[in-house]
Design a protein around this ligand. Structure first.
Ligand code: BTN
Length: 326
């Protein structure tokens, strides 16, 4: 949005009609210039009524996560204060990593309506059509490398809290950081690091939220494994409100974790765990473990107990919930 269109937009946002003449005077430009900017706002999807006697009226906003909409009323200190926005991009994580050389500030956000090459954990693809929330937060945490995987848990806990606050829905966290709602995956997080060993420069925290997709929007191969917030609510959700709340809660949890450690994050992960007490299959690279999930350790690792009673600690991997062996 140009600066001039932005100013017009600020006036339109205030209640009621405003005439072209008034806008022209307020901005010190011609009425034709005002009209041109109104057209550019319409191209962005804003429905603006033009009445010959009353003037312009903003009727409807598009369902878009435009940065100026996200920023309106966003109560954070640094998360999401700079936003790079795309209609469509390959992957917000990849784009975020391209930004490193220009040294973006901590908390900068890459946000997209759609990803064509979305990345999931363990080299998988992440399906990211319009209607979801696809974002990457750039962070520069001063933490020992061993602690960094727990930041992914901060991302998941903050999202679980934001969903409860905004929509009243209770999600569970499938270790290490998938969010489940009614047994279906509604969010995934992919963290990637840069920098030399032992000295992290940037960490990108990529968060995918299945917000407004319908069942038919998911590819068949996902079957019934994936769900969306809209499917659970039975109606479209306000993505902007959820995103703002998420960024606010994330910032608070992140700062708390840096200052006081991760114990309250881990406590939440245990309390709202979809994994603890369940039989699971854990894949970590080529290794596969079967057992009952019995503990999430302070390290963030999962302890499982095999059928033979052997205890195994898994630090990373992917868990599939399974039935109790018969
Ligand atoms: C998973 O496999 O569960 C993690 C999925 C992470 C998806 C998000 S969407 C925004 C960001 N950009 C990507 O390419 N991936 C992450």
């Amino acid at each position: 949005m140009t600066e001039r269109a932005g100013k017009i937009f600020d006036y339109l946002r205030q209640e009621g009609y405003i005439s072209g003449e008034e806008l022209a005077t307020l901005l010190g430009v011609s009425r034709t210039a005002v009209w041109k900017q109104i057209e550019s706002l319409r191209e962005l999807g804003y429905e603006i009524e033009a009445s010959p006697r009353k003037g312009y009226l903003l009727r409807k906003k598009p369902d878009r996560l435009y940065p100026w909409e996200v920023g309106k009323g966003l109560k954070t200190r640094f998360i999401g204060k700079e936003i790079e926005y795309y209609d469509r991009i390959s992957s917000t994580n990849e784009r975020a990593k391209e930004l490193f050389p220009s040294r973006p500030p901590e908390g900068a956000l890459v946000l997209a309506e759609e990803q064509t090459g979305g990345k999931g954990r363990l080299g998988r693809k992440w399906y990211a059509p319009p209607g979801g929330i696809w974002m990457t937060i750039l962070l520069t945490p001063r933490l020992p490398t061993a602690e960094l995987p727990k930041l992914t848990m901060v991302g998941a806990v903050a999202l679980s809290k934001a969903i409860r606050q905004e929509l009243g829905l209770e999600t569970l966290i499938k270790w290490p950081n998938d969010l489940l709602l009614e047994g279906k995956k509604i969010s995934g997080i992919l963290t990637e690091l840069t920098g030399e060993l032992g000295r992290v420069e940037y960490l990108v925290l990529g968060v995918g939220i299945n917000a407004n997709q319908r069942q038919g929007d998911f590819p068949e191969e996902l079957g019934t494994k994936a769900g969306s917030l809209r499917m659970a609510m039975g109606e479209k959700i306000d993505r902007l409100a959820l995103l703002r709340t998420y960024l606010q809660i994330f910032e608070a949890e992140y700062l708390q974790a840096l200052e006081e450690g991760f114990s309250s994050i881990l406590r939440y992960c245990r309390e709202y765990s979809a994994t603890l007490g369940r039989w699971v299959e854990i894949r970590d690279g080529d290794r596969v473990y079967h057992g009952k999930a019995i503990e999430i350790e302070e390290s963030g690792g999962l302890v499982i107990q095999t059928e033979k009673g052997e205890r195994i600690r898994v630090l990373s991997g992917d868990a599939t919930l399974s039935r109790e062996p018969s």
